[in-house]
Design a binder for this molecule. Structure first.
Ligand SMILES: Nc1nc2[nH]cc(C(=O)O)c2c(=O)[nH]1
Ligand code: SF4
Ligand SMILES: [Mg+2]
Length: 240
C-alpha cells in the first residue's frame, strides 16, 4: 500500500494529507508561535492514540481520497505567499518520504524556520540535518503505543542519530504517570535533552487534567511540562 501510494507522477512532489494556516505551533519548544503546517501521508507506526489515522490507516480510510500529490514548487509558493516564519512539517511520519529533503532545503534557503515532527524511529540523513530544521521527536511510550512491541517504537540507532544531530528536542506524550520511568530510562540510555512531557488528550479538559497530574512529577525530574495548545484553544478541530 505504501509503495503504491508513493508512486509519484513527477519528481519533486510529496503525498500530502493537508496544509493549514491561521494557527500556532501547539506543541514543543516553540509553542504559541504562528505557524504553517504541512501534513505528510503515511506512518511506520500504528499508535492506539493516534489523532491523524487518516494519514496511514487504510483499514479505516481511503488513503488516496485523503491525500494529494503536491509539487514542492506548489508548497513553496503557498508558504512564501504567507507571513508566518515557522513551517511545521508533520504527519504521519514525514521522514518516510525522501523528497522531504528538497522541501526542507528550499524552505531554509527561503529563510523559513522548519520544525519536523517525527516519531523518532528513523535516523535523519546527514543532508537533512545539514539543511537546518529542528526535529521535534516524540518516541512512543507503552501506553500511547500499546499494541506495538517495544522494538518497533524504540529504535536505538534512530534515537542516537537524532540525539547526535544537535537539532532534536524530545517531546513525550504520557498516558499514565507511571510512564515517567520509561522516559527516565531513555534519557539515561541515549542522553536525550531537552525533554518536555505533555498529557494525552483531544479535549481541553483532558489536556488540563493531565497537566495538573503531571506538573509536579515532571518538574521533580527536571523536565519541562508541555501542553497541546491547539487542543486547549480549539479542541480536536481538524486543520488547527
Ligand atoms: N497547532 C498544531 N500544532 C501541532 N504541533 C504538532 C502537531 C501535529 O499534529 O503533529 C500539531 C497540530 O496538529 N496542530
Ligand atoms: S507515530 Fe504519530 S502519526 Fe504515526 S501512528 Fe503514531 S501518533 Fe499516528
Ligand atoms: Mg495534531
Amino acid at each position: 500500500m505504501r509503495a503504491a501510494l508513493l508512486e509519484a507522477p513527477q519528481r519533486r512532489s510529496l503525498r500530502i494529507a493537508e496544509t493549514f494556516a491561521d494557527t500556532v505551533q501547539g506543541e514543543g519548544p516553540s509553542t504559541g508561535t504562528p505557524a504553517l503546517f504541512i501534513r505528510f501521508m503515511l506512518c511506520n507506526l500504528i499508535c492506539r492514540g493516534c489523532d491523524t489515522p487518516y494519514t496511514w490507516d487504510s483499514s479505516r480510510f481511503d488513503l488516496r481520497a485523503e491525500s494529494k500529490w503536491r509539487s514542492i514548487d506548489d508548497l513553496l509558493g503557498w508558504v512564501l505567499g504567507r507571513p508566518e516564519k515557522l513551517v511545521v512539517i508533520t504527519g504521519g511520519e514525514p521522514l518516510l518520504q525522501p523528497e522531504l529533503l528538497t522541501l526542507v532545503q528550499e524552505l531554509r534557503a527561503a529563510g523559513r524556520d522548519v520544525e519536523i515532527e517525527t516519531n523518532g524511529t528513523i535516523p535523519p540523513a546527514k543532508e537533512l540535518v545539514d539543511a537546518g530544521p529542528w526535529f521535534n521527536a516524540s518516541p512512543k511510550l507503552s501506553g500511547f503505543g500499546s499494541g506495538m512491541p517495544q522494538s518497533r517504537r524504540i529504535v536505538p540507532d534512530a534515537l542516537r542519530a537524532l540525539a547526535a544531530s544537535g537539532r532534536t528536542r524530545w517531546k513525550f506524550v504520557v498516558t499514565d504517570p507511571c510512564e515517567l520511568d520509561e522516559i527516565a530510562g531513555l534519557e539515561a540510555t541515549y542522553g536525550l535533552a531537552p525533554i518536555s512531557v505533555m498529557p494525552e488528550g483531544t479535549t481541553p479538559e483532558a489536556v488540563l487534567d493531565g497537566m495538573r497530574t503531571l506538573v509536579e512529577p515532571v518538574a521533580g525530574r527536571g523536565w519541562r511540562l508541555g501542553t497541546r495548545l491547539h487542543v486547549l484553544l480549539w479542541g480536536d478541530e481538524r486543520g488547527r
